[in-house]
Design a protein around this ligand. Structure first.
Ligand SMILES: Nc1nc2c(c(=O)[nH]1)N[C@H]1C(S)=C(S)[C@@H](COP(=O)(O)O)O[C@H]1N2
Ligand SMILES: [Mo]
Length: 305
């Protein structure tokens, strides 16, 4: 699949670098990142899949998060993830693959083409952001381990480490956090594993050191701090579908025509716009329909929500 428009934009083309640098200085000054070690820079190529919308600031992206392992408040992940250990890190790839095994992060990344992907992120709670991720297509990693012919789905798991993740000491979720994709969704070129944003390694609160990003689906599909990837012939059990199956389905494609039982999905609030900013219309598949609508030909997305 080839993109129709070639934007080849980088965040630095849409956010003046001077603003960016002064924001960093400001952040360091107020100590938001003071507990975090210096984040290493990552080289990445621009991508034709990037949006030309203005990215949210690093303060928004790393200060307003959902990462229930560190608490349910939007500021909890930034406040409580400072002691989360992301190095060393290993990812197990198993199930229906030719070469199952556990790989340290450097090995997972070896040979994968790092790209900057400026994507919209639409949370099921009806807020959104634009985030300049750095990552690589999941398909490249799956090709490397050899997906067996019978595999139909990919299951993902977040690390289970209650001693470092205070939210995991509360049993309302059957930890670890779990997610899944159909194999064709996993192989779509928009689906990436991200290891960075804004040119540097991921902040802990954004899912360091490696997280999934699936931009046409509600944010909860984009599972953070991944330690296991399993190829399977059964639809995986996922965290939100297990907790509230009437409200959160397996597919979770962004869809303004299918409301959440408790709120409308027709519009969204772009974070950072300020209190008086008008809500914006939510677009089906979060605006990525030209790349993904074909995946759901013949499916009723009100049934497969
Ligand atoms: N392990 C894990 N992954 C997770 C979550 C979580 O609570 N735990 N929250 C999800 C939700 S609801 C959203 S909207 C996105 C938010 O990603 P961000 O904080 O990097 O913007 O992460 C998703 N991935
Ligand atoms: Mo979300």
């Amino acid at each position: 699949m080839t993109p129709r428009f070639r934007n080849d934009l980088r965040w630095s083309d849409v956010t003046p670098r001077a603003d960016w640098l002064s924001r960093r200085a400001l952040l360091a000054g107020v100590g938001t990142l003071a507990a975090t070690p210096a984040l290493a820079k990552i080289a990445a190529e621009p991508s034709a899949y990037s949006t030309d919308e203005t990215p949210n600031t690093l303060e928004d992206i790393s200060g307003y998060n959902n990462f229930y392992e560190f608490g349910t408040g939007k500021e909890d992940p930034a406040a409580y993830s400072g002691g989360f250990v992301t190095d060393p890190w290993a990812v197990t790839i198993d199930g229906m693959v030719d070469r199952p095994g556990s790989h340290d992060l450097a090995d997972v990344l070896k040979g994968q083409p790092m790209e900057e992907r400026i994507y919209r992120l639409r949370c099921v709670e009806a807020w959104s952001m634009v985030i300049p991720w750095i990552g690589f297509p999941l398909s490249g990693l799956l090709d490397r381990v050899g997906v067996q012919p019978g595999a139909k789905y990919v299951a993902f798991e977040t690390v289970l480490r209650p001693e470092e993740m205070p939210g995991q000491r509360s049993p309302f979720i059957d930890w670890p956090y779990r997610e899944g994709l159909r194999l064709d969704e996993a192989m779509n070129p928009l689906t990436i594993l991200a290891t960075g944003l804004y040119g540097e390694e991921l902040p802990n609160q954004n899912g360091a050191p490696i997280r999934l990003v699936v931009p046409w689906k509600y944010g909860f599909k984009s599972i953070k701090s991944v330690v296991r990837i399993t190829l399977t012939d059964r639809q995986p059990v996922t965290t939100w579908q297990t907790l509230q199956p009437e409200e959160y389905g397996f597919y979770a494609n962004v869809n303004p025509e299918v409301d959440h039982p408790r709120w409308s999905q027709a519009t969204e609030r772009r974070i950072g716009g300020g209190f008086f900013a008008p809500r914006i219309d939510t677009v089906k598949f979060n605006g990525y329909g030209e790349y993904v609508a074909d995946l759901y030909a013949g499916q009723d997305l009100a049934v497969d929500y």
